[in-house]
Design a protein. Structure first.
Length: 112
């Protein structure tokens, strides 16, 4: 199955849960693509000091593990530009047409 995950929140816990879900999809043998839109493009630039139950979120490590396991992260170029954010090795800059193709070609789409 092909799974599309759209993240448009900049809430650290929400993003962490979205990547946890996406990683589980990969481990289950599915093809998974994550699209960062709106506030979601801030994911890699969020504070690393926030914690849940006394444990710091390791979002960057989680995102890196997702990519190394075969997942792909697309970040809206327009949303990045609007926030004057650059790209990293983890995300591919994408257009609305590329994100549209992810949605169109996915068997299921989940939003966070």
């Amino acid at each position: 199955m092909k799974l599309g995950v759209i993240i448009y929140s900049n809430d650290l816990e929400t993003i962490f849960n979205a990547f946890d879900f996406a990683a589980y999809g990969l481990k289950s043998g599915d093809q998974v693509e994550v699209c960062l839109l709106g506030k979601g493009v801030e994911a890699e630039f969020l504070s690393k000091t926030e914690a849940y139950a006394g444990q710091p979120y390791k979002l960057i490590e989680q995102m890196q593990s997702f990519v190394e396991s075969g997942g792909e992260i697309l970040a809206s170029a327009k949303c990045l530009a609007a926030r004057e954010l650059g790209l990293s090795k983890l995300c591919t800059s994408s257009t609305v047409s590329e994100i549209y193709e992810v949605v169109k070609e996915s068997d299921k789409v989940v939003t966070f």
